[in-house]
Design a binder for this molecule. Structure first.
Ligand code: 1GP
Length: 248
C-alpha cells in the first residue's frame, strides 16, 4: 500500500493520525533511530524526517537508514529545501510554502528536487504548507508572511488556494517549539472548507490535551517533534498523545 493511502485509511478508520517528526540535525543517527523505535512502540503511525537547517546530505541518509533498521513504520521526508531529499525514504511531503515571499520556497526548490524524486520513485504526497504565528525557525528560514493566529480566514484562503491547485494535504504549522499550537478556531475553519482533503497540524503540541483539542477541532493528523527530543520516556509520551487522538 502506498503511504498516502495508508495514512488516509488510518484517518478514516482509527481517528487522527500521529506523526513523529525527527530532525536529523538534532541528534545522532543512532539516537534518532532510538526515538523512532520508542515512538513505534508507543503507537505512532509514521516517521517524518527533515528540518530547516543542516538536515540534508550524509546526516539525512544515515538517519533514515538507522531508522529503517529499527522500525517498519513508513518514513516520510519533510524537506526544508531540495537538499532534504533521499532515496531511503518511502514518501515525501511534496510541499509548497504558499505564504512565503520567496519564490525558492514556493516552486524553485520543488523543481530542483523533483527529478530526483521521479528517478528514485519516491512517493510524492502533495501538500500546501502554511506557516502561522509564531512560525519559529521555519518561518524565518522560509521567509513566510506569517498568518496571524487570530485570523483563521487568512488560513482558509490559503488552504482553499492549495486545494484548488490540486494539493491533497494542508499543513498548518505554528513552528517547531511554538509556545502554543494553532488555535482550534483556525483548525476548524480550514477543515470545514477543505472537506475530504487531509489536514495536518503541528508546532507546539506537547501533551494529550493539546493533541485532543487539535483532533476534535478537525485535525486529521498531528505532528510532534520537540516534545520527543526533550523526553526521556518517548514511548510513554507517544502513548499519551495517541490515546488522546484515536477513536474509542
Ligand atoms: C515542526 O510542526 C512540527 O515542523 C513539530 O513541531 O517540534 O513543536 O512538535 P514541534
Amino acid at each position: 500500500m502506498q503511504v498516502e493511502e495508508y495514512l488516509n485509511r488510518i484517518a478514516e478508520s482509527e481517528g487522527t493520525v500521529h506523526l513523529t517528526l525527527i530532525d536529523p540535525a538534532s541528534q545522532s543517527p543512532d539516537e534518532a533511530a532510538q526515538i523512532a523505535y520508542a515512538a513505534s512502540l508507543g503507537g505512532t503511525d509514521a516517521i517524518m524526517v527533515g528540518g530547516s537547517t543542516g538536515a540534508g546530505g550524509a546526516i539525512l541518509e544515515e538517519t533514515l537508514l538507522k531508522i529503517k533498521e529499527k522500525t517498519d513504520k513508513p518514513t516520510i521526508l519533510f524537506p526544508g529545501n531540495a537538499a532534504g531529499v533521499s532515496r531511503h525514504a518511502d514518501a515525501i511531503f511534496f510541499m509548497s510554502l504558499l505564504n512565503s515571499r520567496d519564490i525558492n520556497f514556493v516552486t524553485t526548490n520543488q523543481a530542483m528536487g523533483a527529478p530526483f524524486v521521479y528517478k528514485e520513485g519516491i512517493e510524492p504526497i502533495s501538500m500546501a504548507y502554511l506557516i502561522v504565528e509564531p512560525g519559529g525557525t521555519v518561518g524565518w528560514v522560509g521567509d513566510a508572511r506569517l498568518i496571524p493566529k487570530n485570523k483563521p480566514e487568512l488560513a482558509v484562503a490559503y488552504a482553499l488556494a492549495g486545494k484548488y491547485l490540486g494539493m491533497h494535504y494542508t499543513y498548518l504549522e505554528a513552528g517547531s517549539g511554538a509556545n502554543a499550537p494553532v488555535t482550534p478556531e483556525m483548525i476548524g475553519a480550514v477543515k470545514h472548507v477543505i472537506g475530504n482533503n487531509m489536514l495536518v497540524v503541528g508546532g507546539g503540541i506537547r501533551d494529550g490535551e493539546a493533541a485532543k483539542t487539535c483532533a476534535l477541532a478537525g485535525a486529521d493528523m498531528i505532528v510532534t517533534g520537540t516534545v520527543l527530543e526533550d523526553s526521556s520516556e518517548v514511548t510513554e509520551k507517544i502513548k499519551e498523545l495517541v490515546y488522546a487522538i484515536k477513536k474509542r
